[in-house]
Design a protein around this ligand. Structure first.
Ligand code: MOS
Length: 743
């Protein structure tokens, strides 16, 4: 029964959030809490020659200064530092030794009675370095980049380039119509609102409760056990609320290590909150250079796709994602060739950032498709329709569902695309040039094994728990909706516990996989609760459900009801009372077996309008329609918010966001949100979100695909294409700032 699934239910935690009752990692208090402030490296590469904390230690209220020289013992193997989502390589170890691997690396922690004292004293720690030559510029390392290998089995090409197909790139030169271009994306940062923070409660006897800003409490818990050789029972990690993640909290961040180090050194509770500047040192989307070559027949059928990417990683880990494969996946095309090279830089390891790789790869591909449409003198939407593919082209499999055609149609209708004059600079609004552009988006419909516990009380209240995070996406709310429907209870009778490492197993919240995973997980456990209730109901004298099987009953309106005859019903409360039980507790794991026969993806069609001041070059994104096919939508309101947020990110990517380094120092120069520009309200105008119908009985029992990431994919390309249409000028270098338009 579905009273709640799919509806625009407001966030169940909304009130707690707006009133401040919801507590974040840096807000938990306890007696005797000490505060840590981080000292970071001023050089990008070399060694610490001398570190002198004497002046800092003389400040009244300073408790200790921890460095690699005096820190408590930490593990000495790479394995101990590998978290659940670590890439290959040797993970960074905070305060481990005198090596400097990147500018902004933590090198000391000043711990004091007050946060302000710690921060002041941190400025007094004197450090001398033996600096070595560094390289932080991707363009300088481009030729030294090494190619990632292509696995023989296409299904294994998760992050590595897929195999070439057909004649690869050989057909390109002979193609009737060709486009080739190089597209540039700078380093970008997530900039979640909540700072990276950890509050470590010293519970005595070495036991710790860690409130951490993370997308995965169990990942952090396992990691801390590895780094500090702790027993699982000795460390509990909690994260009841998260102020934005976007990938920045998938891996444990260094402040949690520093806070635990200090708590163990001082045997007291410690909080470490990074400054916004310090947050920039770790975790970013790498810069990338992408070359796309597209060959087509004269009537607009693609026949060659070549995609080469060069991305940056650190000196100590190989971070890369599926940068090239999206190109060949999306459109029908017999020949394709992919190359991905990785360049080592003296920076921290990059990390996942909202729809990692699809966001950047699809920007390049969909810009190139627009350029090909121009070369073909074909409407850009028409080109996409001519190349439409019902099969995943890389693995040659059908999709479990793909309603992209409906996205194109409904999006174009809502936008009024058919009124577009194809000629660049042909549309105007006063002194502004008007441009309309479009692009396709694609992401994966992922899911991962998860466990859910439900405790149903005889008073008709259910508590549903799982260790997943809610990174702000609305997980509390969709869990409440799904559980209420599955258990036949009103929303108010369901409460959720999450973000606690002691709760049933969950993967990190990322990849847009939690909505699908946890909703189906709740369905599984609810089934077990229902069976238990049926067992009790059958024991009642003259039970109306005496001969019913589990499949024949549903929970509706706080009753167990025969699906064949609604008049045969037993109330939940009666069944439990009669059975003499005051609670039913079930915990079940759910996995998602996949025979590999079908591809699972979400899709979207984005239409953007820009207005460009002809004299000044100022660009405004005045209208975006994003039509999304993402299976069943669990909550019309929170899902829409996710897509809107993704579109806002796409506006930022197209027009604003860029992490700037001074390569002479290997240092980020705009590590603050005054100089790193993210869209503000004045940059965001009309955004219309459309969810097209996409039933999918194959992807998982509830047909859920997830919406956290698809909203950004393609958006920057749609805007870049609209800017070309408005101005006749093609900028292939993000962000598209007004100086680039004037050049
Ligand atoms: Mo997402 S980039 O997997 O948080």
């Amino acid at each position: 029964m579905q009273n709640y699934i799919g509806t625009a239910t407001s966030r169940v935690d909304g009130r707690a959030k707006v009133t401040g009752a919801a507590k974040y990692a840096g807000e938990f208090n306890t007696n005797g809490l000490a505060y840590g402030s981080v000292v970071t490296s001023r050089i990008a590469k070399g060694r610490i020659a001398r570190i002198d904390a004497s002046e800092a230690l003389r400040v009244q209220g300073v408790l200790d200064v921890l460095t690699h020289e005096n820190r408590p013992r930490m593990a000495g193997t790479d394995d101990a530092y590998k978290d659940d989502v670590a890439p290959e390589g040797s993970p960074f170890r905070p305060l481990y030794d005198d090596m400097i691997r990147f500018s902004g690396q933590p090198i000391a922690l000043v711990v004091a009675q007050e946060a302000e004292i710690a921060r002041f004293a941190a400025s007094l720690v004197r450090v001398e370095y033996d600096a070595e030559a560094h390289v932080t510029d991707l363009y300088r390392q481009r030729d030294a980049a090494f190619a990632l290998e292509t696995p023989a089995n296409p299904i294994e090409a998760m992050f590595t380039p897929p195999r070439a197909r057909g004649a690869g790139e050989k057909t390109f030169a002979a193609a009737k119509v060709r486009h080739e271009g190089e597209y540039h994306v700078p380093i970008e940062h997530h900039n979640p609102m909540e700072m990276y923070a950890s509050t470590v409660m010293w519970d005595g006897d070495g036991k710790l409760t860690v409130y951490d800003k993370t997308q995965g409490v169990q990942n952090v818990q396992r990691y801390l056990c590895g780094v500090f050789d702790l027993k699982p029972d000795d460390v509990r990690v909690m994260s009841p609320f998260v102020g934005g993640g976007f990938g920045s909290g998938l891996r444990p961040q260094f402040q949690v290590v520093l806070a635990v180090l200090a708590a163990r050194a001082l045997e007291r509770s410690v909080r470490v909150v990074l400054t916004r500047q310090q947050m920039y040192a770790l975790g970013y989307r790498p810069a990338m250079i992408q070359r796309i070559g597209l060959g087509a027949t004269a009537d607009g059928m693609l026949d060659t796709i070549a995609h080469e990417a060069v991305t940056g990683t650190s000196q100590y880990e190989n971070f890369y994602r599926q940068e090239t494969g999206w190109s060949g996946l999306l459109y029908k095309c017999a020949n394709a060739k992919y190359t991905h090279k990785l360049a080592r830089l003296d920076l921290a390891t990059p990390c996942d950032m909202r729809a990692p790789s699809a966001t950047t790869a699809v920007y390049a591909l969909e810009s190139a498709m627009d350029e090909l449409a121009v070369a073909l003198a074909l409407d850009p939407l028409e080109l996409r329709l001519r190349c439409y593919s019902d099969r995943d082209q890389n693995t040659d499999r059908p999709y479990s569902s793909k309603s992209l055609r409906d996205c194109y149609r409904q999006g174009a209708d809502a936008f009024g695309w058919h009124k577009r004059n194809p000629e660049p600079r042909s549309m105007r609004d006063g002194s502004e040039l008007v441009g309309w552009g479009m692009a396709t988006g694609i992401w994966e419909a992922l899911q991962a094994p998860i466990a859910v516990r439900i405790v149903l009380s005889a008073n008709g209240h259910a508590e549903v728990s799982c260790a997943t995070s809610d990174i702000g996406t609305g997980t509390y709310t969709i869990m409440t909706q799904v559980a209420a429907d599955m258990l036949g209870l009103p929303l108010e009778s369901v409460s959720i516990k999450l973000g606690d490492s002691t709760l049933p197993q969950s993967p990190v919240e990322g990849g847009s996989w939690i909505a699908a995973s946890v909703s189906n997980g709740i369905a599984t456990t609810s089934g077990a609760v229902r069976e238990e209730l049926l067992r009790l109901a059958k024991q009642m004298p003259n039970s109306p459900l005496a001969d019913a099987t589990p499949d024949e009953v549903a929970l509706v309106d706080s009753k167990l009801v025969s699906k064949r005859d609604q008049s045969r019903a037993v109330s939940i409360v009666d069944a439990m009372r009669h059975g003499g039980v005051d609670r039913i507790e079930q915990e079940k794991s759910t996995s998602f077996p996949d025979d590999g026969s079908h591809a699972h993806n979400t899709h979207s069609a984005i239409f953007a309008e820009v207005k460009v001041d002809e004299e000044l070059g100022v660009i405004r994104v005045t209208r975006v329609v994003n039509a999304v096919a993402a299976g069943r939508i669990l909550n019309a309101k929170t899902a829409r918010s996710q897509i809107m947020g993704g579109v806002v990110w796409g506006i930022g990517m197209a027009l604003h966001e860029e992490t700037l380094l001074d390569h002479r120092f290997g240092r980020i120069m705009n590590a603050n949100i005054a100089e790193y520009h993210v869209p503000v309200n004045a940059d965001v105008h009309d955004i219309e979100v459309i969810f097209v119908d996409e039933p999918d009985a194959m992807v998982n029992p509830l047909g859920v695909k997830g919406v956290g990431e698809i909203g950004i994919v393609g958006t920057a390309a749609a805007i870049a294409n609209a800017i070309y249409h408005a101005t006749g000028k093609r900028v292939r270098d993000l962000p598209i700032t007004l100086d680039k338009l004037q050049r």
